[in-house]
Design a protein around this ligand. Structure first.
Ligand code: SAM
Ligand code: DTB
Ligand code: SF4
Length: 331
């Protein structure tokens, strides 16, 4: 390990270093991550995002985890791109429910220019409500990224999903390099990058370290780093995957915090099947963002009441809410 300050961002990580972090005793790893977390963030604050699938199903890609690929029989029907006003109405509800950022997802391999005006109108409309905007629409060309920025897009989500060596086991219709090129186009358009991956797809710890290494050695670290626990989808090649051990998931969150110290690490898909205690460990290990509302794109997320109680019991509050930290009252 280098003798430099561990809270300072680096871009020259090696796989051996990332694996060595994973291999630390659990409590030591979580302690180090919690220390780094406190250097850049208030650990009681959690950023809240709400997802909406604005175009569901029928996707040309064959991502082995996804309910929306046309290659698998998952029972998710394909639908057309939503109307702009319906999206804005959903965003207004999300805001009323406490969301700070509204993320619009489309089951597309890539954005088509013909859909750009409608998507741009969605982004502008959501932005006008005072919400941060995020979109995840598949691969982007540089001119499309520039147009989305112009419309008011704050974040673009495009995940590397897993380590480069495991990638082709999960998806064959695109390459890791394709993903990196879209990320570069997003950065070049001055849109904040949301990029992370999925744990629990049958990958090894080395593959998980490979994902975090790829994220850490990007020219700039992702601003937002989602760690998804696989939501197994019947009918997909990964529908019967063995769930990853909870402590290994927490280790992944902690290592993400250590290799991208200033990134907002999102405890993403999979909270629905996590205990409150496991989620608490993730927040201790440096997670400081999550999706709210009862639905992700096509799968379940904890409902608002459940999360409100979790926040009260853990003494957490929405990021930037300005409220002072209050001690949690004992019952
Ligand atoms: N089509 C676009 C794309 O692939 O970039 C955007 C939508 S896609 C559903 C966004 C991300 O959601 C994927 O990259 C993956 O990381 C995550 N995801 C999709 N299905 C998932 C599942 N069943 N469990 C966990 N994460 C999932
Ligand atoms: C991300 O990393 N996770 C979100 C968001 N980016 C788009 C998606 C999770 C999807 C979970 C499966 C589903 O609901 O279909
Ligand atoms: Fe399509 Fe995205 Fe699902 Fe892959 S993850 S099949 S690109 S919607």
């Amino acid at each position: 390990m280098p003798l430099t300050d561990p809270a300072l961002p680096r871009h020259d990580w090696t796989l051996a270093e990332v694996e060595a972090l994973y291999d630390l005793p659990f409590t030591e790893l979580v302690f180090r991550a919690a220390e780094v977390h406190r250097r850049w963030f208030d650990p009681s604050e959690v950023q809240l995002s709400r997802l909406l699938s604005v175009k569901t199903g029928g996707c040309a890609e064959n991502c082995g985890y996804c309910s929306q690929s046309q290659h698998f029989e998952t029972g998710v029907p394909a639908s057309k791109l939503m109307e702009v006003q319906s999206v804005i109405a959903e965003a207004a509800q999300a805001k009323a429910g406490g969301a700070q950022r509204f993320c619009m997802g489309a089951a597309w391999r890539d954005l088509k220019d013909r859909d750009l005006p409608k998507v741009a109108a969605m982004i502008s409309g959501v932005k006008a409500l005072g919400l941060e905007t995020c979109a995840t629409l598949g691969m982007l060309q540089p001119h499309q990224a520039a147009a989305l920025k112009e419309a008011g897009l704050d974040y673009y989500n495009h995940n590397l999903d897993t380590g480069p060596d495991y990638y082709s086991t999960v998806v064959t219709t695109r390459t890791y390099q394709d993903r990196l090129e879209t990320l570069a186009a997003v950065r070049a358009a001055d849109i904040s990058v949301c990029c992370g991956g999925i744990v629990g797809m049958g990958e090894t710890r080395r593959d998980r370290a490979g994902l975090l290494l790829a994220l850490a050695n990007l020219p700039e670290h992702p601003d937002s780093l989602p760690i998804n626990d696989l939501m197994p989808i019947k009918g997909t090649p990964l529908g019967d995957s063995e769930p990853v051990d909870g402590l290994e998931f927490v280790r992944t969150v902690a290592v993400a915090r250590l290799v991208c110290p200033k990134g907002v690490v999102r405890l993403s898909a999979g909270r629905e099947h996590m205990s409150r205690e496991l989620q608490a460990l993730c927040f201790l290990a440096g997670a400081n963002s999550m999706f709210v509302g009862g639905k992700l794109l096509t799968t379940r997320n904890p409902d608002e009441d459940t999360d409100a109680k979790l926040f009260t019991d853990l003494g957490l509050r929405p990021m930037g809410s300005g409220a002072a930290a209050e001690p949690v009252a004992a019952e």
